[in-house]
Design a protein around this ligand. Structure first.
Ligand SMILES: *Cc1c(COP(=O)(O)O)cnc(C)c1O
Length: 455
């Protein structure tokens, strides 16, 4: 297919043939590391992203980055904290206390910017079991010409996560509590998106993890944390442990490595939903059924970003890749010969997750959220003395306080989440019915548009 420019890639999400987008070629930044080491997070984000955002004025990119990371509660944006012999990269200082804010704060501002330049509107439709929905809502709330409709399964999202979403009262935010399961919500979303005419007529868009801008925004903290740990230890190479679901976060690390960041190993950690750790052990990528765990944001069987990695594994052979993906959607399985030395992989199960939370609380007084604990449980197996290990911490523990209570018999708190207890909320209950969702979307979209003099 014809190449698309960065801003179009952001608006499209998927390529016209249904495939995922990647840069035609990756820049080599090996000779830039020296110059980048003392940059702030925002300065570094600018240097990394400008290599890819070639159809955007640099001053605009700089402004978007400043704006996106001004909502983070830590000056360093993603600070790196030494705990025992590991280095914990805290990615949860954004508005919703989960790592998805790093990408979605930026993506929300980028959408707004593109609509300002090109005109038009965007109606985001999404389905969530928790984290993605609130990070997406916080990415676009209050923005002009954008509306967001997030479906969640009524009564099946954790109370904190539900409150985080429904307490955002901006007029452009619509929370829909669907009388069904998360799978029902996803099914409704996919079915509506499959109707291309409807999608165009109502300018529907999505914020799911395959958007190239999300992966790009996530590469930055691999560089940033490398420099912090280099300062601390003098090491010239590091390894990363990444708790993984959709392969989005770890894909960003893979790209950083391809661009020349000296990464010895990417340690991929899954919970019992282990399709990815099995792949790296056996070469077989085959779907099982999803089991609920303490780390719900990783309860995934099909990793939506994995195709991007397979592109590199097939030697950038797009025909071979199409074949593999077609085979996978037909049979729920694909096999790949050979191996990739950059990866180490493992599964951290529920007892190990709980034991790891307890161990870090007892030994270091540091409370891990259950997703981070999965990553650390697996990192413990692969850590070495000579190469520092950076562990990605993907959520604040107070978001998953049930797991913390099970592990250590005490609750975890964060003042922002405590505030939600008395917050006013807004949410509409809706039937598990595609027509009902479509009607809702169309009516809400029109309603506020009549006040828009430009339409
Ligand atoms: C989304 C999420 C993950 C998994 O990230 P992927 O990019 O899907 O691999 C891990 N932890 C938390 C807290 C998340 O929200």
């Amino acid at each position: 297919m014809e190449p698309v420019c960065f801003l179009d890639a952001v608006m499209t999400g998927l390529a016209p043939d249904g495939g995922l987008l990647l840069p035609e070629k990756l820049p080599n930044i090996g000779n830039k590391l020296e110059a980048w080491r003392d940059l702030s997070y925002q300065e570094l984000a600018f240097e990394v992203m400008r290599l890819f955002t070639t159809d955007m004025p640099e001053a605009d990119l700089k402004h978007l980055i400043e704006k996106s990371y001004s909502t983070f509660r830590d000056e360093a944006v993603t600070p790196v904290v030494p705990v025992g012999d590991l280095h914990i990269l805290e990615l949860w200082h954004g508005p919703t206390l989960a790592f998805k804010d790093v990408a979605l704060q930026f993506l929300g501002n980028l959408f707004e910017y593109i609509l300002e330049k090109r005109g038009g509107e965007l109606n985001i439709l999404g389905a969530t079991s928790g984290d993605t929905g609130s990070a997406a809502i916080y990415g676009v709330h209050g923005k002009e010409n954008i509306k967001i409709f997030i479906m969640h399964p009524e009564g099946r999202t954790s109370p904190i996560q539900e409150k985080q979403m429904t307490s955002v009262l901006d007029e452009n935010v619509f929370n829909l509590a669907v009388d069904g399961t998360f799978d029902d919500c996803q099914h409704l979303m996919k079915s509506i998106f499959a109707d291309v005419a409807f999608k165009h007529e109502h300018s529907l868009g999505s914020v799911n993890s395959v958007n190239w801008a999300r992966v790009l925004a996530q590469t930055v903290y691999y560089f940033y944390s490398f420099f912090r740990v280099q300062e601390r230890t003098g090491a010239n190479r590091v390894q990363f442990s990444v708790p993984t679901g959709n392969f989005g976060d770890i894909m960003a690390g893979y790209l950083a490595a391809q661009m020349g960041l000296p990464i010895k190993k990417l340690i991929l950690a899954t919970n019992e939903n282990n399709i990815l750790s099995r792949f790296f052990a056996t070469g077989e990528y085959s779907m099982g059924s999803v089991v609920p765990t303490l780390s719900p944001s990783m309860d995934i069987q099909v990793a939506s970003n994995f195709e991007r990695y397979l592109y590199f594994r097939t030697g950038k052979d797009t025909e071979k890749l199409s074949e593999l993906m077609a085979g996978f959607s037909e049979n729920g399985a694909l096999t790949m010969a050979g191996s990739d030395d950059l990866f180490a992989a493992g599964e951290g199960n529920t007892p190990e997750t709980l034991a790891t939370i307890k161990k870090y609380a007892d030994e270091f007084g540091y409370i891990l959220d259950p997703h981070t604990a999965v990553g650390i449980a697996v990192a413990e197996r692969f850590k070495t003395l000579e190469t520092p290990t950076i562990c990605l911490a993907t959520a604040h523990p107070a978001k998953f306080t049930d797991a913390i209570e099970q592990a250590i018999g005490a609750t975890a708190h964060h003042p922002e989440l405590d505030k939600l207890n008395n917050a006013e909320t807004r949410c509409d209950s809706i039937a598990n019915d595609e027509t009902a969702i479509r009607d809702y979307l169309v009516s809400k979209r029109r309603k506020t548009n009549t006040f828009d003099p430009s339409s």
